[in-house]
Design a protein around this ligand. Structure first.
Ligand SMILES: Cc1ncc(COP(=O)(O)O)c(C=O)c1O
Length: 387
């Protein structure tokens, strides 16, 4: 299998797996207990907290462990909304967010909040003057993703953060796709809160973290024991947290080298597909994009058929985010770029990872070419376009 769907999830690094293993059957203590087994679990958790803090340039007491990106986004958004509802009821986000942010905002809209969904330019970037225009005296939160999960576009987060700060509005960034792929520093990005998730950076599924800047207060959205400062109560997933820490440590050490490796494979794939396949296009920004993200559009075919064709050639790819790839609606991200529905349906996402090999690129390109060719021969859309 040539796995090119790393934005959906990534394989667990063997070093991460080995680091986690003792915390299932040997050092299984509850990290809240007083005896040595519990203290050992607590120590492992605190060491992971340091590693997570380090990859994003935060302090350890600013890291809250969660069950992943979705939970981190929910705590940041609902937690701020509930805490500051007396100050205002307006939230600003973009119209290309992951459902973990988008659906949370829609939920709040049904519960008395007002949400502005900022449009993006045709290359997928939020315009900061649109943001400035959207701010009102009721705005309590801006939440904009760092890098998009479908088209890989990287937003001007530090600029957005400056605007938020000048206007005394809290700012949250979903950095689930960017942490481990590009440098992420919470100070430079001017964020108050930032979400990340282990399974996107060769860690386990079901564990993540939320950075909450010192002094920023959010209302808990679930209630229980006092774990994680009462912001995320529940017995800690020690093995998962150890895995997250190890994944962050490995990613931080290899960030630059890995980004260069992925960028060169990405650019080679883009250059060759665009030049060798008629009526093929790149969705998203040509350069302000994640080193591992490619999102093509091919006239006259459906992305889903292409994904299945490539699967029969042992290549794992996607049409968009893992969550929306089973729905047959056109991607809201691609529609936000101004594409027609039929164009949005002809898209293919390849997201590369460190275990992909340069030697496989030829095979992947040949397989895409053959699949596009075969599908176009059967496609009424393509035949009509060619008459
Ligand atoms: C940008 C973004 N945010 C949030 C999430 C949700 O993260 P998790 O799967 O850890 O809940 C994802 C997962 O695809 C994502 O890509």
């Amino acid at each position: 299998m040539i796995y090119m769907d790393h934005s959906a999830t990534s394989p667990v690094d063997i070093e991460v797996f080995n680091a986690m293993k003792p915390y299932f059957v040997e050092s299984y203590g509850n990290a809240s207990t007083l005896y040595s087994l519990g203290r050992e679990a607590r120590r492992a958790m605190e060491s992971s907290r340091e590693k997570v803090a380090s990859i994003i340039g935060a302090n350890t007491d600013e890291i809250i462990f969660t069950s992943g990106g979705t939970e981190s986004d929910n705590i940041a958004i609902k937690g701020t909304a509930y805490r500051f509802k007396r100050r205002g009821n307006h939230i600003i986000t973009s119209n290309i967010e992951h459902p973990a942010v988008d659906e949370t905002c829609k939920y709040l809209e049904k519960n008395g909040f007002e949400v502005t969904y900022l449009p993006v330019e045709k290359d997928g970037i939020v315009n900061s003057s649109d943001l400035e225009d959207a701010i009102t005296d009721k705005t309590i939160l801006i939440t904009v993703m760092h890098a998009n999960n479908e088209i890989g576009t990287i937003q001007p987060i530090s600029e957005i953060g400056e605007i938020a700060r000048e206007n005394k509005i809290y700012f949250h960034a979903d950095a689930v796709q960017s942490v481990g792929k590009i440098p992420v520093n919470v100070e430079e990005l001017n964020v108050d809160m930032l979400s990340l998730s282990a399974h996107k950076l060769y860690g386990p599924k079901g564990v993540g973290a939320l950075y909450i800047k010192k002094g920023v207060r959010v209302e808990p959205i679930i209630h229980g024991g006092g774990h994680e400062k009462g912001i995320r109560p529940g017995t800690e997933n020690v093995a998962g947290i150890v895995g997250l820490g190890k994944a962050c440590e490995i990613s931080e050490n290899n960030l630059e080298e890995e980004a260069q490796y992925l960028t060169s494979m990405r650019d080679e794939l883009i250059k060759r597909v665009l030049s060798e396949i008629d009526e093929s296009y790149l969705n998203g920004h040509p350069t302000k994009r994640l080193p591992n993200n490619i999102n093509f559009r091919f006239t006259g075919i459906e992305g889903e058929s292409l994904v299945l064709h490539l699967d029969s050639k042992n290549i794992a790819s996607s049409t968009g985010s893992a969550c929306s790839s089973k729905k047959l609606e056109a991607s809201h991200v691609l529609m936000a770029l101004g594409l027609k529905e039929v164009q949005a349906h002809g898209s293919l996402r390849l997201t590369l990872g460190k275990e992909n090999k340069v030697e496989d690129i030829d095979y992947v390109i040949e397989s895409i070419k053959n699949a596009v060719d075969t599908l176009r021969k059967m496609s009424p859309l393509w035949c009509q376009a060619k008459v």
